[in-house]
Structure formats: C-alpha cells, structure tokens
Design a protein. Structure first.
Length: 265
C-alpha cells in the first residue's frame, strides 16, 4: 500500500485566530491529542468525500464540519486538500479491505455472499466518493490515489484466491478472479447510477451466480480452474446456490433427440 502521507509536525492543539464567540465552542477540541485530532479530521473529511464528489469539497468545508479553523487543518495537513483526501482515501481503503475477510462458516458461495454483503454496505455508505474514485478523472486523482485503489484490488484478489483454496494461481486463474472483481465493481457503479433499483440481495445473488458461471467457463480451458470449481461444488449443499444455477441452466437447454423427457413421470 502507498506510504502514509506525512503530516507536518503537530503540537497539541493551540487556540486559533477566532472570535470570542467561537472560542468556547472549540475549547473541548483543544483537549484532543495530536493523533486524536488528526483522526477526527480524517473522519470528517471521509464523511464529506463520501457524500459529495471530491472536487466539490474544500478545506473550509472540512474545517466547518470539524468545528475547527482552516489554519488548524493546515497544521495537520500541510499539503492541503490533496494530502487530506489521500489520508481519507487510505482510511476508507483500509476499512474496505477489512470487509473482504470471511467470518463464520458456511459453504463457499454462502461465504462469498457474506463478503458481497459487506462490500455493498460499504458502497452504500460511501456512495459519492466510491463512484468518483472508481470512475477516475477526478481533479484530485493522482498516481498515489490510484495506487491506493489498486492495492484494494490486490487485497481482494489475494483473499478471494485464499478463500478458494488456491495457493499458487496460474495466469488463467488470476485472470478469472480479476475479471470477476471488475464485474463486481462495475455492478456497484451501475447500482448507484440507477438509484439502487435492484435490491442489494438480488444483486449479490446474481454476482455469486456470475462467479460460478465464469468459473465454469474458465474450467473448460484451465485445469487449475477446473480443480478449484470441483472443490467448491463438492462443498455446496444439494439445494445451494450453485446447484440452483445448474438446474436453471439445464432448464434453458433445448431437449435433445432421444433424451428422456424430464417433464414426464
């Protein structure tokens, strides 16, 4: 992950150039430690960047929301808005990466569903910032912000492969998982663009089916993908999502000449 942006040396919060009326309101904040104040400013900035595109958020907005002054924000983030945005983005990236962790048991597709639930909860909480981040082209986008996003994708890749029991993925196996992660990202952006009309649970189930279908296509071309898929299906219950998908696909196939009619007793 990219290096943590350096903050200017910060002393304990000192009184800002403020009016007499403002001083009592900010007195409690001056008791924060250096690290507490820094984390507070990052949290406030992240909330603002999550609700509005980054280019629409200024340091004055952050200062006002934090009950602080613009000079105080600069004291902790000498690089100004860009440094603060990168710190907030890194904080969000670390939170998103933690949500890729599988908790509890269940079949592979049930665990995958759990991870997708956590992912879409994050997308919903940080809608505007998430959209601006993944679409790119923001005026605050730099090589460092792109590196932060790429690291989240690498974390997702590593943890998905580990979840599937793949320790040394070949190029096709890596391509399979990377392609599916791209589908998840694109689905999240479309979900936001369309006003979240598709219920989150329905979208989650579709993405689980998408992974099974993509794995089946990869298995036809790659032995490692075939072994992975066989291992996953062996752990699935007979009435689980994978079996249901296979049954639906079979129902779509035209009846073959000479094949038994499954519709008859």
């Amino acid at each position: 992950m990219a290096a943590r942006p350096a903050s200017s040396p910060a002393a304990p919060d000192a009184p800002d150039d403020a009016s007499t009326e403002e001083r009592p309101r900010r007195a409690a904040y001056r008791r924060l430690s250096v690290e507490q104040r820094r984390e507070q400013l990052i949290a406030v900035a992240l909330e603002l960047f999550s609700s509005r595109p980054p280019e629409e958020v200024g340091l004055d907005d952050v200062a006002q929301a934090a009950g602080a002054s613009r000079p105080l924000v600069y004291r902790y983030f000498a690089g100004g808005k860009q440094q603060l945005y990168e710190a907030a983005l890194r904080s969000a990236a670390e939170e998103l990466s933690r949500r890729f962790t599988v908790h509890g048991g269940g079949s592979p597709t049930e665990q995958l569903s759990s991870v997708l639930d956590a992912y879409f909860d994050f997308v919903a909480e940080h809608a505007a910032g998430y959209g601006a981040l993944l679409r790119g082209g923001s005026v605050v986008e730099t090589a460092r912000t792109s590196a932060i996003v790429d690291e989240v994708r690498r974390v997702a890749l590593r943890r998905t492969l580990r979840h599937l029991g793949v320790r040394s993925p070949g190029p096709r196996m890596t391509l399979l998982v990377r392609s599916w992660i791209s589908v998840v990202e694109a689905s999240a952006l479309s979900w936001l663009d369309e006003g979240r009309q598709i219920p989150k649970e329905s979208l989650r189930d579709w993405l689980v089916d998408e992974f099974v279908a993509m794995s089946a296509a990869a298995a036809a071309h790659d032995r490692q993908a075939a072994r992975m898929l066989a291992g996953v299906l062996a752990l699935e219950p007979p009435d689980g999502p994978a079996a249901a998908l296979v049954a639906r696909l079979r129902a779509l196939l035209p009846a073959q000449p000479g094949a038994p009619d499954r519709g008859r007793a």
